[in-house]
Every structure is written in C-alpha cells, then in structure tokens.
Design a protein around this ligand. Structure first.
Ligand code: AMP
Length: 535
C-alpha cells in the first residue's frame, strides 16, 4: 500500500468538492449568518494567506479565545492545514492560568472574539511572546483597547482565496492542542496530531459509534475550546454535514429554537446543558425536536433520571459518552446492543446511564490497586487505563507529569469504574482531586490549601457533592483551631476565599468537624468524606 499521511487536509477540501452548497449556520454577536462549504473553503484559503502574511511558520502555535461560531470553525481547519498548531484556549481559566498557557504553548498569534478581549487585556503585560492579536467581530470598527489589534474581517477582505495548503504534512505532526486542569499547579497541554484527529473523526462516523454522515445536521454545544468540541466539527466538515454553531447562547430556549429551526439531527454537551433543555421543555415550552437522532452527553456522569425523562416524555434517547482531554476525547459510548431492545425499561435505563462500551480501535483495562484486571461482574471497580491511536502518550513539555500519568504505554485516567459482563463501564469514583462543576474543573487541593491559610483553620478537605444543576459542587470540611472553635463560621471561610479564588469555586457548603478522617498513610480519606457528605 501507499505510504499516505493521515492528515486533516481532506476535511477541508472534500466538502467543497462534494457538498459545495451545504450550509454552515452560525450565531453571531449581532444575529445569525449562513453560508456554504464553498464560501467556507474560500475564507479558509484567505485565512491561509493571512497566516502567511502575518509570518506564521509551520509548527507555530496559534491561539483562539472564542465561542462556537463560523470563524472559529475556519480556524479549526485553516491552522492545521497550514501546518501550524491550533491552541484553543479555555475562556474560563483564571488570568494567571490563561497567561501561563499562552506562554507555555508559546502562542504566536491569538484570534479572539470581541466580547472576550477583556480576558487578554487583563493579562496584557504577560503577552510578551504574542506577535499579533486578531479580533473577530461583526462590527465595522474594532473595540478600543490598549493592545495593538488587527481585524479578522479586514485581513480576510484583503486576502486572496487561493492558497495552496501544503501536501507534505506528516501525519505525526501536531495539528491542535488543548490544556487541561491539573490536580494542582499549572494546566497541562495535550497535543493532537493530524493522525489522531483523522482516526478519531473517522471513527465517530461509524454506524455503531455516532453514525455521522452527510444527511446530518450537527450542532456542537460543547465549547470549541474543550477537546476540539469532541471532534464533531472535524467529522461534520469531512462528511459534508450541515453545521449549526450556537455561539454562547446555550440556554434551553435558545438551543431548542435552533434545533427546531435548523432541523438538527446530532448534538452533544455536558449534562448541565441537557438539563437546561429538559427543564425548558418541562416548563411547558413547545418545540418540534423530532429531527434529533443522536444526543451525546458526556464530560460528567449523566443522571439516570435525565435519560429516563428525555426518553419517556420527549422520545429522545441520550447517548452517554466518556472521555477526557487526553483521549481526543471519545473513549466509550453507551448504546443498546440489538439483543437488549426487548429488555424492560428499567434494565434499558441502567444500560443507557452507564458510560458505555469501548470504541473500536482503543484498548482498555480496568485495574485494581495491585495492577490486576478486575472481574467483569459490574461490581468490582478499578482504575481505567487506556491506549490507542487517539490517546495522548505525553503532556506537552512536561516529562514529570507525563511520567506520572502515562506509565508502561498506558494512560492512567484517574477514573474508577466497574465493567459488566456486556462490556459496559460505569464510573463510580475519581482518584484525581478535582471537582467538575458544569463541565469545568475546580481543584480541590488548591481550595483546601487556600482554606488552610485561614488563621483559624487547622485542617480542611474539599470534596465534590452531587448537584442538581451543576452536576458537582464543592463542599468544604473544616477543622477549626482550638481558639477558633465555636466562633469560626461558614461566612468567615467564604469571605476569606472571596478575593483568592474565582466566584464559581466558592464551596456551596462548609461543614465543621473535630477531625478529618485519614487513610492508613495519613492522607485525607476522601472516600469516607464522600460517604458521609456526598449523598
Ligand atoms: P476533561 O479532560 O475536562 O474532558 O475531563 C475528563 C474527565 O471528566 C474524565 O477523566 C472524568 O473524570 C470526567 N468525565 C468525563 N466524562 C464523564 C462521564 N460520562 N461520566 C463521569 N465522568 C466523566
């Protein structure tokens, strides 16, 4: 066979060749726009010329701080096809973390939405390696800023659509990167290669995976700054599916309106967003959502009640997915096997609420603390370890963190799961000290250390507890010093934290106890704390 590099290039050219009139629709800040894959191809060509005129070299990192919209999609293809590396920056990061990521990735250019520009302005002193900031706006004029700015639309308007994207990119070359929150300390970078994106995108198309195709109308609700929006934009472009991009309007009403109007067939987001849709419908809103055939829900555990509610009341079957930034991300999906169709409802919901079965092409083990594989009995639990063509083998320029997480050729996920006889995994715990609130991470260790800096606190431990809307919220367990016993209050702790952590990190509850339970090696016994408080 030919030695043919698996690169993102075909994802740009194929839709123009075969589906030039297929639409891409995008919410903009001022309204809504739609154009075709032919128009898209022209603008991506222009963007190629713009990158070249701005001096971007192969392998350079190009940052984005942007919502889900057509310009972000243009960058998704232009940057990798150019041979540069798309670094999607998480707009929920704190200022110091954002500055760290931009510096660590060494982003040469940053493309930023006009309404997100303040994020960069706050850290402008630290942007020493950034050569250009390009603003994506619908307005004629650029916003006033102390930063030197270029206009995306103006640059494109002056560029030719003819650009010859290189044909000699190696499949192992980096195409994109995304940083993920570490348990403590700075975020860690994961680099996606052309090959990993190619194979992940192709697999999403398989009938028993998401079965994506040209007839689909795909709306990624998961932010485009999270793990390539789960790979949906790449697959959608490649297969010629219509795309619908909702920008930042992710409330139940706005999403239902888009699904109904654009006849969306496939969408995906975290449970918090799907719960928003559910509650909107429960409030009596009437929408025709019959076009939906695949609704993927991942990033946090999908509650069984939501699966049941959607299926029984609205005829929508949610597909529970599991993955992480390190895994491109899709690892497992929960779908019924044909012989389960006849099962009673309760058994079906039990299956659908699990994280699902492994995608073809990946290898998984669930191992005990002793490194032995657990019995596939749906009860015994162990850590999920993974390997495969779209699983990260290392963190970007982080040999130590890589050695901790990638061992003996396997990625240690830090997720604890059981495996049943049918091959479905169910996540039951997490060894990493992180709390996931509405799809974004909170470091329990950082919160604990900050609380323990309070002069009245002897010890503090923070755990995630289930939450109706946000899936998980932090609860702090605090042991006051002797002299503060009886006087230290929840308000004291929260007031102390207020100027030290982001508002959404503040614990929902502070519980005072006389001693934090410890494990045999003297660590906070979070399992026991969760048993007591995470009900
Ligand atoms: P991220 O890298 O931000 O995408 O987060 C990945 C982590 O989110 C995983 O390691 C899990 O801890 C958690 N996660 C992702 N999907 C699920 C799911 N379906 N159920 C439970 N936890 C999940």
């Amino acid at each position: 066979m030919m030695r043919f590099s698996l690169t993102v290039r075909d994802m740009l050219h194929r839709p123009k060749r075969l589906f030039p009139n297929k639409e891409i629709c995008s919410r903009t800040r001022s309204g809504f726009m739609r154009y075709t894959y032919a128009d898209f191809h022209d603008r991506v060509g222009k963007l190629g010329n713009v990158l070249s005129s701005l001096g971007v070299k192969r392998g350079d990192r190009v940052g984005t701080i942007a919502w889900n919209h057509h310009r972000h999609l243009e960058l998704y293809l232009a940057v990798p096809c150019y041979g540069a590396v798309l670094n999607t920056l998480n707009l929920r990061l704190f200022d110091e973390q954002l500055a760290y990521v931009i510096g660590h990735a060494d982003d040469r250019i940053i493309f930023v939405d006009d309404d997100l520009l303040p994020l960069l302005e706050r850290i402008r002193e630290k942007l020493t390696g950034v050569k250009h900031i390009v603003v994506m706006t619908d307005d004629e004029k650029l916003p006033k800023s102390a930063l030197p700015l270029l206009s995306y639309e103006e640059l494109l308007s002056q560029a030719s659509p003819d650009f010859s994207f290189p044909e000699d990119i190696d499949e192992w070359a980096p195409a994109a990167m995304c940083y993920t929150t570490a348990t403590t300390g700075d975020p860690k970078g994961v680099v996606y290669t052309h090959r990993s994106i190619y194979l992940h995108s192709l697999t999403l198309g398989l009938a028993d995976v998401l079965g994506l195709g040209e007839r689909d109308v795909i709306m990624p609700v998961v932010p485009m700054f999270h793990v390539n929006a789960w790979g949906l934009p790449f697959s959608a472009a490649w297969f010629g599916a219509k795309q619908v991009l909702p920008r930042e309007k992710l409330d139940g009403h706005s999403l239902c309106e888009l699904i109904e109007r654009e006849r969306v067939t496939v969408t995906g987001g975290v449970p918090t967003l799907l719960r928003g849709i559910f509650q909107h419908l429960e409030g009596g809103a009437k929408h025709d959502l019959s076009s939906l055939r695949k609704v993927v829900c991942g990033g946090s555990a999908l509650p069984r009640a939501l699966v049941k509610g959607f299926r029984e009341k609205y005829g929508i079957t949610l597909t529970h997915g599991y993955g992480m930034t390190e895994t491109s991300p899709v690892v497992t999906l929960s779908q019924l096997k044909s012989h389960m169709d006849a099962w009673p409802g309760d058994m079906i919901y039990d299956v659908l609420a699990k994280q699902g079965t492994l995608l073809p092409g990946l290898e998984m083990k669930i191992i005990s603390d002793e490194g032995v594989e657990v019995k596939p009995d749906g009860k015994e639990a162990g850590e999920i370890v993974l390997r495969g063509p779209w699983i990260a083998g290392e963190y970007y320029r982080e040999p130590e963190k890589s050695a901790q997480t990638m061992r003996d050729g396997w990625l240690r996920t830090g997720d604890i799961a059981s495996l049943d006889e049918e091959g479905y995994i169910q996540i039951v715990d997490r060894t990493k000290d992180l709390i996931k609130s509405g799809g974004e991470w909170i470091s329990s260790v950082d919160l604990e250390n900050t609380i323990m800096a309070h002069p009245g606190v002897l010890e503090a431990s923070v755990i995630g507890v289930p939450h109706e809307k946000w899936d998980e919220r932090p609860l702090a367990v605090v042991v006051p010093k002797k002299e503060a016993q009886g006087t230290l209050s929840e308000k004291d702790i929260l007031d102390f934290l207020r100027d030290k952590v982001a508002k959404w990190w503040l614990p929902d509850q502070v519980v005072f106890i006389s001693e934090i339970p410890k494990t045999s090696v003297g660590k906070f016994d979070k399992k026991e704390l969760r048993r007591r408080y995470a009900k």
